[in-house]
Each structure stands twice: as C-alpha cells, then as structure tokens.
Ligand binder design. Structure first.
Ligand code: PCD
Length: 778
C-alpha cells in the first residue's frame, strides 16, 4: 500500500500471535511487586495506621503510608483540573477504594497477603452520595483539607447568552423541558491500569513503563510531582489494551510505585485488578441535566437553555482543557441552527471516586449531544411532527459553513441534510414507519430512533486549549535513512486505534513510498517528540497533520537534494509519487531512495541544505475538526419484561478524508457498541452508604456480541478545510452519537404507552417501571 485505503493493520501481526508487550509483560531483573490497601468506607477519618505486622512479613520489602509520603512532600499530588488529590490518605478517606497504604513485596501474592496485616482505625463519617444534595447546608464538607472550604462546591461555569436566550423563550410558541441524567459510567478498558517504575540511584534516572495515553504529559507531571528532573525521566507506554480516557490521568499508585522503587532500590511493578479499575480509576459522565428547547409552532427551533449539576467525585480530577471546566459541553446546540443558547454548569464534590474523563467523547460532548437529541425528539412528540422531518427543518445546511454556533464554536464543514437522507434511505424509513404502525395494532412495540450529532475533535488550538498549562499541540519527526527506509516518531500513543498503520499510510501518501518502508515509533518519551497525547480523537487531527507537514518538508528537502544530484534548478523539477524528475524529461529524475542515498553521500548540497533527509513539525491546529453523523436505531421492546432488543443500527458518518476505511469502520463499530452499552446496561451505581455497586463485570455490565446487531454503515466525505489531509477525527464519534439513537428508539416504541422519558441505562427493570409509571428504585 502506498497511500490511503484499506489495508490490514501492521500491528496485528504481533497482536494476533499474542506477541504484544503490555505493561504486565515487562519483567526486569530483581523486580518487586506491589499492592494497594484501599478504604472500605466512602467517608471516614483515619485515626491510626499500624503497619508493624505487614512489615514483618518475610517477603515484604517496604510498606508506605501517607505519613511516609508526607515526609517526602508526596502525600498529595496535583490533578489535571487544578485541584489536588491524596496519593495515600493522611487525614480522611473520601471514597470507597481510596488508596491508604502501599506494600512492596517479592511477589504479587505476598504483597496482597500483607495488606491484610495492616491495621487501620477509621471513624466513619456521613457520606455525600447524591450530587443533588451536595450543596445543602447540613451536609458534611468532603474537602476540609482545602483551607477555608465550607461546602462541596467546585465551580460555576456558563456559556452563551442568557438574556438573548430568555427573550426567545418568552416569545416562543412551544417549549419542551426535561430533566435527564447521563449516568456515571466507566471506560472499562480490557487491560487495567499499571506501571513498572525503575529508579536508578546511580544515574538518577527514572524509567516508568505505564499504561499511558499521554506519555509526554505523564513525564512532565511526574517531574513536577516527584521533583525528579524531567530529562532524567523516561516514560515508556508499550502496547496498551484500550484507553478510552481511563489512561489519561496519573493515579496515586503510579507515584507510590516510583517511591517504592526509590525506597527499595529495585524496580516495582503495580498492576491493578478489575475491581480496582472499575471502583477507583477515572469514571465518566455523571451529569444531572435540565434542558429546555424553545420553538415556533411550525417547528423552527429558536433557543436552548441548559442547567447542569456535575458530580466530580471526591477530587476534581477531570481531564479537560483548563479554560473549560465543563469540557466542550457547550457544543450543546448540536447540529441545529439555533438563534441563542445558554448553559450553566455547577460542579460538586461527592464521596465517590474521582475522574470525569472524556470517555470516548471530546470532553463532555457525549452529554451535550445526548441532551439536545433527546430534546429534539421530545419537541417532535409535542408538535406531532416526524422526528426526521423536524431535524430537516433545523439542521445546518452546507452553505452555512464555516458556521459559528450560538455558544461560539466554529464548525468547519459538512452536508448534514444529505447525511440524514442517506441514513433514512439506508434504513428504509418510510417502510419501517409503516411496519411500526401495523405492529402497534398487534400490541407489538417497534421503535425507530434517530440521532444527529456533531463532534468537535482534535484539540487545540494551543492558544485556547491546554492541559495543566501545556498547550495542545503535537509533534512528528520523520527521517529517511540512507537506504530510503523511513522512521516516523510521533508524540501520540495508540491504544488499539492502529496508528502504526495509519501514520505509515500518511507518510506513504505524501512520499509515494510503501507502508512497509515506514516504521512508526511512539510511546517512548526518550525517542519521540513532545506532545499531549491520544484522547479527544486528536491523533489524526493534530499529530496526523504534523506527520503530513513533516513529510511535505522531507519532500521539499528531497527536491533541493535532487536538484544538486541532477544539476538542475529546483523549480524545474516535478513530483510524481516517490520521485522528483525534470519537467518535460520524465526519464531524467531521482527516486526518493536515490535522493536519500545522496543526502547521506558525497553530493555537494546546495547552500543552506543540511545533509540527511529529514523533516519535523509541531502542529498547532487552527481549529478543531467537526465530524458528524446521522444514526438510526431500530429496537423491539417487550412490554411484559421491559427487555429491549436492538434489531438494526444504521450509521452514516462523515469524518472527512478516510486514511484507512477499515480502521475507521472498526472505530465506528466499537463506538456503536459503547453507545448500546451506555443506553441499555452500563451504570456505576452506589448505595446510600457510598458503597460502589459496580465493582466487577458481573455488576457493571458491558455489551457483548450478543447485545449488538450487525452494523449497517454508510459514509459521506466532506474534507476538513483546515486539515492538511482533509481528515477529521473519528475515534469517539459513534460513542457520542449512538446513545441518543437507542434511547430515542426505545421512547418511540413506548410512545403509545404514554412513556415520554426514562433515564439511561434502559435496563429491563427501568423500562418496565417506565411503562408502569413507577419510579425505578436502585
Ligand atoms: N482515522 C482514519 N481516517 C480518519 C480519521 C481517523 O483512518 N479520517 C484512523 C486514525 O488514523 C486512527 C483511528 O482512525 O488510526 C482513530 O483516529 P482518531 O479519530 O484520530 O482518534 P485517536 O486520537 O487515534 O484515538 C483516540 C480515540 C479515543 S479518544 C477514544 S476514547 C477511543 C477511540 O480512540 N479509544 C480507543 N477508539 C479506540 N479504539 C481502540 N481500539 N481502543 C481505544 O482505547 Mo478518549 O478522549 O481517550 O476518551
């Protein structure tokens, strides 16, 4: 393959043979193992910790508590949202599963055994579990570690124009309003989180193998947290078995493993188990939303008003650009041409695990997209207009791009009505509605749900977007070696997305060489340029653009070298893939391989041209890219049991130019399954004591092949006008777009039974209660 198109993934050669190297596969001489003692309480004061018995265990090499870390100034660490988080608790525990002590032992079993030998005295405190009561006057203050803190309030944030919105609401013919919960869910990557930390006391060098979506950001943060100089830290993120936002933050045990290695003088491995991952690492969503949509009586949508209460758990650890505490939630007007919009978000602390990561959505767009798509369907119901028709009346048209929405985002490109029409045609909408009508007569509940979404992916620009002060730009360095083989070094880190393939395709496309001749190096801070990492579907929009520009620079440098080699003016050369040749004399030219050889040889190079054939770029994106799509889900609901069966799912996606259509389709398949999971089964629930009820895959349900239909995909290609390849990100689109289609389908099925709305997940119990008009009790 010498460019874009379908090709098998290069990395699969090792994955399908079981030859990947994941963090848990890393084995170093003398390596020790570790385990974390966690709090059984959601909220409790620690009165004493006795580690004597654990320390006496014959295979234990070190036991760390908060007090030990305090001596090193490491008991607390900064979060990605300008808060601080306990590494090991010193004063209180603030959620069930919080880290209290860390044991380093000769093997994993002994480390686990020794946890039982640690004696911790707790004085239980009332927990704050329901975000809706977190700001009440009489509730306990969770973050009394923060000076002067008297409540559980984190932030208030707003976007849009409140008074213009209010005015439109006053004059509107119709207003629909709905409270909705986007429940707490978990990214649940198949590989849990882990590290191997190796501190070399002689050289002072710290090497950390980590399940990291952002190795460079992790290195910088580790330097800031531990005080070890940044150039002495090397973070290696080897093969990663799924990230989904879960592997963006630094977790307390990573810091403990580093300290454990310093204390013992040996490498220390820490790998969490499934329950630890589900209960304590970054969750997603947990937005209590109230949306109101104003419209004229003929269905022209006018304005949107949104109020959100955001449950951030015990520490504010959300991973999103600093200026946006609610992420990109204010892209909440979605795909519609509204005159005004206003949204206000309040963040609160609760006694739950921290996180709030962008699980497969570019910083809270999943919540935003769900809200507007539910409201549009509610409006359609209110007006008695078909939901597809109502969308056609309000979707942006292609002439409106670039379009600045009511909350200030500039959408780059698209043809929305065409995408919706394609989805309707693919699913056979008219016939389906007729079938629905017939089946309703037999008391059968077929539902057809539409959602139309716009994603905003590829953060920066760096001027507006940063994570803990680091601008969101990314790098690429490309080098052609003397034999013409290329090595590309990128700052982003794949977790299954197939970068070793698609980034090789980008180089192949720009240089006309074979993808086999391009090696992609990533996930090692000693060997790759700085960059902020892979999340928010930013690899292709940012590092992909950097790769394209770097390759173009190599091509230009090759032109100058070819001009010396061929003794012609550079302007007289013309490019055909893989070769510069003399204009009008195509036989006289040099292949990239010959040019690479010459660049390393004895040819006299023109003034100002260094030897060797290389190019690099740090790409600061001028804007986000705005992929979008039209989804239609068809369900059947059994009103007796509340069981929902997803019968069909049609997805039309437009992510601009597709580098590798097979990979793009795989990304969409995964995201659609995510959406069905969140809509129908995934829920991180808590009881009133703050006990986490989702600590295993028996309790926290994720979809399997049994739960999903064969996907029916169709595509449009509207290039992004500002991306050098015309590509937009795709990684998270389907996760963002699909939940609303599923919920809209279930509500459509239940409409004859008078059901208007029910919160996700639409489990059989939830659906049955909705039909019965009863509240759902957890
Ligand atoms: N592509 C192509 N074309 C276009 C676009 C794209 O081809 N147009 C491709 C690329 O290159 C890659 C993929 O596809 O390979 C993807 O991409 P993007 O969109 O750029 O993205 P990224 O950055 O790479 O990635 C990220 C994402 C995210 S974000 C998530 S969640 C998820 C997704 O990705 N994750 C994951 N997907 C996936 N897959 C897998 N397998 N695994 C994982 O883990 Mo976040 O924020 O983190 O939450």
């Amino acid at each position: 393959m010498t460019g874009f198109g379908r090709m098998p993934r290069k990395e699969d050669a090792r994955f399908v043979r079981g030859r990947g190297t994941f963090v848990d596969d890393v084995r170093l001489p003398g390596m020790l193992h570790s385990a974390v003692l966690r709090s059984p309480y959601a909220h409790a004061r620690i009165t004493s910790i006795d580690t004597t018995a654990a320390e006496a265990h014959p295979k234990v090499r070190a036991v760390l508590t908060g007090a030990d870390l305090e001596e090193r100034g490491l008991a607390w660490m900064p979060t990605l949202s300008h808060d601080r988080q306990a590494v090991l608790a010193t004063d209180k525990v603030r959620y069930q599963g919080q880290e209290v002590a860390f044991v380093v032992a000769e093997d994993r079993y002994s480390a686990r055994d020794a946890l039982a030998l640690i004696d911790v005295d707790y004085e239980p405190l009332d927990p704050v579990v329901d975000a809706r009561t977190a700001l009440d006057a009489d509730v306990p203050v969770i973050r009394d570690d923060l000076e002067g803190k008297r409540d559980n309030h984190i932030f208030d944030w707003e976007a849009g124009d409140a008074s213009a919105t209010d005015l439109l609401f006053e004059s509107a013919d119709v207003v629909v309003a709905q409270d909705m919960l986007y429940p707490r869910v978990h990214p649940a990557p198949l590989e849990t989180c882990g590290v191997v930390a190796d501190h070399d006391a002689v050289t002072g060098k710290l090497t950390v193998w980590a399940t990291s979506q952002a190795p460079h950001a992790h290195r910088t943060l580790l330097a800031l947290v531990t005080g070890i100089a940044e150039h002495r830290i090397r973070v290696i993120s080897p093969d990663v078995g799924g990230g989904f936002g879960n592997k963006v933050p630094i977790y307390p045990a990573y810091v403990c493993a580093v300290v454990g290695s310093m204390v013992t003088g040996a490498p220390v491995k820490w790998v969490e188990d499934r329950s630890e991952n589900l209960m304590t690492t970054a969750f997603a969503r947990d937005y209590h939303m109230r949306g109101e949509l104003a419209s004229t009586s003929d269905g022209t949508m006018l304005a949107l008003r949104v109020r959100v209460l955001a449950d951030h758990g015990a520490f504010n650890c959300t991973a999103q650009p600093s200026k946006y505490p609610a992420g990109f939630f204010h892209v909440v007007t979605g795909s519609y041409d509204l005159r005004a919009a206003y949204c206000a978000v309040t963040g609160v602390f609760t006694n739950k695990a921290p996180g709030g990561v962008a699980y497969a959505c570019s910083f809270r767009i999943a919540e935003a997209s769900f809200l507007i798509e539910r409201l549009v369907d509610l409006l359609a119901g209110e007006l008695g207009v078909d939901p597809a028709e109502l969308r056609f009346r309000n979707l942006l048209t292609s002439e409106q791009f670039p379009y600045v929405c009511a909350t200030g985002w500039e959408y780059d490109s698209g043809d929305y009505p065409k995408a919706l029409q394609l989805a309707l045609d693919t699913v056979g909408y008219t016939e389906l509605r007729a079938e629905q009508e017939r089946r309703r007569a037999d008391d059968e509940y077929l539902g057809i749900g539409i959602s139309f979404f716009t994603e905003a992916v590829g953060a920066g620009p760096r001027k507006h977007m940063d994570i803990v002060g680091f601008g969101m730009a990314d790098g690429a360095e490309l080098r052609l070696h003397p034999t013409g083989k290329a090595v590309l070094r990128i700052s982003v880190q794949t977790q299954g997305q197939g970068h070793e393939t698609t980034f090789a395709q980008i180089v192949a496309h720009e240089l006309g060489i074979h993808t086999d001749d391009v090696e992609v190096v990533h996930g090692d801070t000693d060997n790759t340029p700085f960059g902020l990492g892979t999340y928010g579907s930013r690899s292709t929009p940012v590092s992909g653009a950097a790769t394209s520009v770097a390759a173009q620079r190599v091509r230009e440098k090759a032109r100058l070298i070819a001009s010396a080699l061929l003794e012609v003016d550079p302007d007289d050369l013309e490019w055909t893939p893989g070769r510069w040749s003399v204009r009008g004399a195509p036989d006289s030219g040099a292949s990239l391989k010959e040019i690479a050889r010459a660049a390393h040889g004895d040819v006299d190079l023109p003034d100002g041209v260094d030897g060797h054939l290389d190019g690099s770029c740090v790409y600061n994106p001028p804007n986000l890219t705005f992929p979008y799509g039209a989804y239609i889900c068809v369900v059947e609901v059994d009103p007796g049991t509340g069981q929902v069966k997803v019968r069909r799912f049609v997805a039309v996606d437009d992510c601009g130019v597709r580098i590798n259509p097979s990979i793009v389709e795989g990304q969409i398949h995964g995201g659609l399954a995510d959406g069905i999971g969140m809509a129908l089964m995934e829920l991180m629930a808590f009881d009133t004591d703050g006990n986490c009820l989702g600590g295993s895959f028996m309790d926290y349900l994720v979809p399997t092949a049994v739960d999903v239909p064969p996907w029916e995909l169709a595509e449009l290609v509207t290039p992004s006008p500002h991306h050098p390849l015309g590509a937009k990100g795709i990684g998270e689109c389907a996760t963002v777009g699909s939940p609303a289609a599923v919920v809209n389908a279930v509500m459509d099925a239940l409409a004859p039974l008078g059901v208007r709305h029910a919160d996700m997940p639409l489990t059989p119990a939830a659906v049955w209660c909705a039909i019965q008009g009863r509240p759902l009790r957890a």
